[in-house]
Design a protein around this ligand. Structure first.
Ligand SMILES: *[C@@H]1O[C@H](CO)[C@@H](O)[C@H](O)[C@H]1NC(C)=O
Ligand SMILES: *[C@@H]1O[C@H](CO)[C@@H](O)[C@H](O)[C@H]1NC(C)=O
Ligand SMILES: *[C@@H]1O[C@H](CO)[C@@H](O)[C@H](O)[C@H]1NC(C)=O
Ligand SMILES: *[C@@H]1O[C@H](CO)[C@@H](O)[C@H](O)[C@H]1NC(C)=O
Ligand SMILES: *[C@@H]1O[C@H](CO)[C@@H](O)[C@H](O)[C@H]1NC(C)=O
Ligand SMILES: *[C@@H]1O[C@H](CO)[C@@H](O)[C@H](O)[C@H]1NC(C)=O
Ligand SMILES: *[C@@H]1O[C@H](CO)[C@@H](O)[C@H](O)[C@H]1NC(C)=O
Ligand SMILES: *[C@@H]1O[C@H](CO)[C@@H](O)[C@H](O)[C@H]1NC(C)=O
Length: 570
């Protein structure tokens, strides 16, 4: 250990000095350097005034010295020994500070600065420590997924080029993972690069996962010694896809609707809560013990009421993992009897029934010509006004879009029926004859008049409502005539006639006028006689004379008088 370097050093003294320099070296002077940096080692000795030269050496493990640098105090020259390891890396300054560039692990040695005078050798050792911070740890060879209840390699944590070597620690969700039999297996490995002497540490983790590890971050860290003590660097987080088996199966009906009706398409969707979710299932239709293998959906198209029942689905390999749902297919049947176009005769009876069969209580609404009816129609004796378009409509309130309607177009046919009325105008000059006709289809009315036999223009026709209308003519007949009203439709031709007595026409009035003049003259004469009588018999009243008139006149005379009066008015 003692230096035997200085040739001029007296052995005993030398040893003493060396020992003195070493002894306090329990806390040896140490220079810490980062790998690749320049190591700077001051000499740490006071330069004696009679210094001859300074020298640096290092000590091999066996204690033998290797001289590396020399500086002459007198000649001011520097000389480096031919040591391959330090070729071009050394620099010895004037104050005997030695610099070694590009620090290597092999530079971890004890170096000694020696100052040599004529009669003495001073030595000061310096220990060099080199540190290399490892690379940030990385999790590699990551498992694509982990499976519950299986010990699987999760990955490896690697940290490279460390000096000295470090330790690797695994963490789950920030907490240190301790080895645990059959659950956490950590294998640590370190390798030294023979050239650089740097260590690469790897730690592989085998891990038995549980569902609690879903979304849990795994990290690792490297703990290493730096010049100022222990340091820790953490890796990035790694999250693993955790595979776990299905523990529950659920079944859904799509589209999600309150109620399913006949004609709908429905899709059963089966879900397992495992990861990854199961891709195939067995679907069981109502009353069928054998499942149908399908993807996670099974579609039923155009369902009928007989599709009502319990539907199930199970895992393919684990039939006890099963889910069930009840489906009710709503239906609504409406049967209208009779329906379509129905032709009946007036007075006929027509029972009508609208029967509903549905999965729920359904309400019936009757409409006639778009007007709501209070009750369902039924006819014991048909009238013309019963004709129309009847609609029986029903809907299931709870089931959207479930509506049914049927219609009945009722036609009430009838042969023409005629009723004639006659009205004499108060003037007596015209007569209004009305032909009331009832029947369906609408009968055509034709008038004929006897004698002339000509067809008379209808003067007025009423609208045709509820199978009836009338045609009205006003005539002023010159002779007794018979008016005939003919009503005809596809069913029958009906004829009715009415005798209308003649009016007193103008010519007759003229003829009769002479007669009337004669009568008037006669009456005047009679009045003259009466005047004489009047003179004789004083008290006689006018009313009496009127009374006499009435008593005297027969119907025809009265009529004539009336007509005369009218004539004078005209
Ligand atoms: C020695 O000299 C170098 C420059 O050559 C200087 O940087 C250093 O501080 C000096 N050391 C001492 C201990 O004087
Ligand atoms: C590595 O672990 C060992 C044993 O647990 C310990 O002695 C050593 O100091 C650790 N090294 C670091 C860098 O923490
Ligand atoms: C049901 O599905 C068929 C095709 O599978 C389609 O033609 C039909 O329109 C669908 N019916 C309904 C009510 O969506
Ligand atoms: C349901 O009834 C229809 C006829 O309405 C028939 O074609 C079909 O096979 C029946 N389905 C079931 C499951 O009974
Ligand atoms: C139908 O409605 C009546 C009363 O409105 C009720 O008594 C009956 O239980 C209902 N039936 C169903 C199947 O809902
Ligand atoms: C009936 O009226 C038409 C015009 O509306 C007329 O041409 C015809 O001569 C009339 N017939 C009789 C008999 O009056
Ligand atoms: C017309 O009819 C009446 C009775 O309605 C009768 O007394 C009269 O003689 C008839 N006149 C002619 C010209 O036929
Ligand atoms: C109308 O008069 C004719 C004779 O002019 C007679 O035969 C017929 O019965 C009369 N009709 C009615 C309805 O009175």
């Amino acid at each position: 250990m003692a230096s035997k370097a200085a040739p001029s050093c007296r052995l005993v003294f030398c040893l003493l000095i060396s020992a003195a320099a070493l002894r306090p070296g329990l806390g040896l002077y140490t220079v810490n350097s980062a790998y690749g940096d320049t190591i700077i080692m001051p000499c740490r000795l006071d330069v004696p005034h009679n210094l001859m030269f300074g020298k640096w050496k290092y000590e091999k493990p066996d204690g033998s010295p290797v001289f590396i640098a020399f500086r002459s105090s007198t000649k001011k020259s520097v000389q480096y020994d031919d040591v391959p390891e330090y070729k071009d890396r050394l620099s010895l300054s004037e104050n005997y500070t030695l610099s070694i560039s590009n620090a290597k692990i092999s530079d971890e040695k004890r170096f000694v600065c020696m100052l040599v005078t004529e009669d003495n050798v001073f030595e000061a050792p310096t220990v060099v420590k080199v540190f290399k911070q490892p690379s940030k740890p990385e999790i590699i060879s990551k498992a694509p997924f982990l499976e519950t209840e299986q010990l699987k390699k999760l990955g490896e944590c690697i940290s490279k080029d460390s000096y000295p070597d470090g330790n690797i620690t695994w963490y789950r969700n920030g907490k240190v993972l301790q080895p645990l039999e059959e659950a956490v297996v950590i294998i640590f490995k370190k390798q030294m690069d023979p050239v650089t002497q740097l260590y690469t540490m790897t730690s592989s983790l085998e891990y038995k996962t549980t569902k609690a590890d879903i979304q849990m971050p795994f990290t690792c860290s490297v703990t290493y010694y730096g010049p100022s003590g222990q340091k820790t660097v953490y890796s990035e987080q790694a999250i693993f896809d955790i595979y776990y088996p299905t523990e529950r199966v659920t079944i859904q009906v799509l589209p999600p609707k309150n109620a399913i009706k006949e004609g709908d398409n429905i899709t059963l969707k089966c879900l397992g809560n495992g990861n990854p979710p199961p891709e195939e299932f067995l679907f069981y239709l109502p009353g069928q013990p054998e499942g149908i293998r399908s993807s996670n959906t099974y579609t039923l198209t155009d369902v009928r009421r007989n599709a009502t029942g319990d539907y199930k689905c199970s895992l393919i390999d684990q039939k006890s993992m099963i889910a069930s749902t009840a489906i009710t297919v709503h239906y609504l049947d409406l049967s209208l009897n009779p329906s379509g176009e129905v032709t009946k005769q007036i007075g006929d009876a027509l029972p009508v029934s609208c029967t509903i069969s549905a999965s729920r209580n359904a309400t019936v609404v009757w409409m006639k010509d778009n007007i709501r009816l209070r009750s369902s129609p039924s006819f014991s004796s048909l009238h013309y006004q019963d004709a129309g378009n009847y609609v029986c409509e029903t809907a299931l309130q709870e089931v959207e879009g479930l509506k049914k309607r049927e219609s009945l177009t009722l036609i009430v046919e009838g042969k023409p029926q005629i009723k004639m009325t006659k009205k004499t105008d108060p003037s007596g000059l015209s007569k209004t004859i009305i032909c009331h006709v009832e029947g369906f289809p609408k009968p055509a009315i034709q008038w004929t008049i006897t004698g002339s036999g000509s067809v008379i223009n209808q003067t007025e026709e009423s609208p045709y409502i509820n199978g009836r209308y009338y045609s009205k003519i006003i005539i002023s007949p010159e002779e007794n005539v018979t008016l005939t009203c003919t009503a005809e439709n596809q069913l029958e031709r009906t004829v009715n006639s009415l005798n209308v007595s003649a009016n007193e026409n103008k010519e007759k009035v003229n003829d009769q006028a002479k007669l009337i003049v004669g009568i008037v003259v006669g009456l005047l004469l009679a009045a003259l006689v009466a005047g004489v009588v009047y003179w004789l018999y004083m008290k006689k009243s006018k009313t009496a004379s009127k009374h006499v008139n009435k008593d005297l006149g027969n119907m025809e005379e009265n009529k004539k008088l009336e007509e005369n009066n009218h004539k004078t008015e005209a």
